[in-house]
Ligand binder design. Structure first.
Ligand SMILES: Cc1cc2nc3c(=O)[nH]c(=O)nc-3n(C[C@H](O)[C@H](O)[C@H](O)COP(=O)(O)OP(=O)(O)OC[C@H]3O[C@@H](n4cnc5c(N)ncnc54)[C@H](O)[C@@H]3O)c2cc1C
Length: 396
């Protein structure tokens, strides 16, 4: 049976990290907000390297204090050319103290982060939770109507589409997406190791993709190992002892003896970008708006700025009495996100392609670029700052 419901200012569809953050931030502006998302345990063992701007946002939303003790600081990032090719790049080391920071960010288990987000969301009286999914979304002139799988009808002046890669809200808003299969997959698992990681994240660049060891609290790291899909499937099928040995070999034993922990996951990699970030009373955030291979920790670190910009624009519009889903407000969001997302997607795509390329001039260019960054302090510091936040967004 359909139940009537009030018209919300905003409905957030999807309760991954981008959706939960959007819902908390929007509810905090005083907007009447609904979150339409299943309350379910987080499904995989991934961790997220959150850079400074992301933890700043989580701090402002009173989320970070609930999980920071379970995160490991990332103070140094090492890039190691492990291609074994004739033309190899020198090792590049980025240290946070070079740009006056104690750390670039933190690596945290996604389950821990999600628990902290859920706890904060549950405290907000202006946020109504629907433990359900959107079955149909219909943008109209004055509102967007949302039909849930459980049979409820909801409506709002704005829908925030945080429903990930197969986004129904994106489809309902008529936004096309460009999708490129990379024929690579990422194997994720966590390890215990005998040598201290000293808060150094090390990324080995192999001819099949990067393999990164990212510190976790104690003598543990999370591993994201990107390879051609067949090779990733082979690694996935190894038993624990075999995978431990393979990881130790790939890490050149820098972490000493490695023991893999139970549970691993495999993610096929794509690059996805939509034609627009907003249309028809719908604004996209997180992976409904951009999907990247896991290089340079730019995934959720691009999704949280979507939330940050969206809440700034929507909150400001509502304080002036504007309609949060109007074409003018959506156009402001589109302008705010377009260049940042496009430039980061371009950089990550080029970094990945240059690694896989057998084309000698491309390999030389990559080696020369990394050599320049590694040996020229001002350029290295610029790369670090741009990696953390685009220059036009930084204050001071
Ligand atoms: C191997 C790997 C490593 C990564 N490492 C990092 C990293 O170190 N740093 C980083 O910043 N990023 C990283 N990323 C990227 C990061 O994980 C993603 O950007 C992030 O999880 C996306 O969050 P999201 O909330 O946008 O999407 P999701 O987490 O996919 O959430 C979408 C949610 O919407 C729900 N949903 C879908 N359809 C509906 C519907 N119709 N109604 C209601 N709900 C719906 C889904 O069930 C899901 O819960 C990594 C990614 C991979 C694959």
């Amino acid at each position: 049976m359909n139940e009537a419901s009030p018209v919300y200012d905003v409905i957030v569809v999807g309760g991954g990290p981008a959706g939960l953050t959007a819902a908390i931030a929007l509810a905090e502006t005083g907007a009447s907000a609904a979150l339409l998302a299943r309350l379910a345990p987080y499904a995989d063992n991934r961790t997220t390297a959150l850079l400074g701007a992301s933890t700043d946002l989580l701090e402002r939303l009173d989320v970070w204090r609930r999980c920071r003790d379970q995160a490991a600081a990332l103070q140094t990032m090492r890039l190691v050319d492990d291609t074994g090719r004739l033309i190899r790049a020198p090792e590049v080391r980025f240290s946070s103290d070079e740009i006056g920071l104690e750390q670039f960010g933190y690596n945290i288990d996604n389950r821990t982060l999600m628990t902290a987000l859920e706890a904060r969301a549950a405290e907000l009286s202006s946020l109504t939770r629907y433990d359900d999914e959107a079955a149909a979304i219909d943008p109209q002139d004055a509102v967007v109507s949302v039909q849930t799988r459980g049979g409820q009808s909801l409506s709002a002046r704005l829908v925030v589409g945080a429903d990930g890669r197969q986004s129904l809200s994106r489809k309902a808003a008529g936004i096309d997406v460009m999708r490129r299969d990379l024929h690579q997959s990422a194997l994720t698992f966590n390890i215990r190791h005998s040598r201290a990681h000293r808060n150094i994240s090390t990324e080995f660049h192999t001819p099949r993709g990067p393999c990164v060891f990212v510190p976790l609290p104690g003598s543990r790291c999370s591993v994201v190992w990107v390879s051609a899909t067949k090779e990733a499937q082979r690694l996935m099928a190894l038993d624990d002892a075999e995978l431990s040995e393979a990881a130790e070999k790939q890490s050149h034993s820098i972490l000493g003896r490695i023991n893999v922990e139970p549970r691993r996951n495999l993610f096929p990699l794509t690059i996805e970008s939509p034609g627009q970030f907003a249309s028809h009373r719908t604004a996209l955030v997180g992976e409904s708006a951009h999907v990247l291979p896991p290089i340079g920790a730019q995934g959720l670190n691009m999704g949280l700025p979507d939330d940050d910009d969206n809440v700034d624009i929507v909150g400001h519009a509502m304080s002036l009495g504007e309609d949060p889903g109007s074409p003018q407000v959506l156009a402001r969001y589109q302008t705010a996100r377009r260049s940042d997302v496009a430039s980061r997607m371009f950089a990550i795509d080029i970094a990945n392609r240059s690694l896989l390329s057998d084309f000698l001039p491309m390999q030389s260019l990559r080696a020369a670029g990394l050599h320049l960054i590694g040996s020229f302090g001002p350029l290295r510091r610029l790369a670090m700052r741009e990696g953390l936040a685009p220059s036009w967004k930084r204050v001071g």
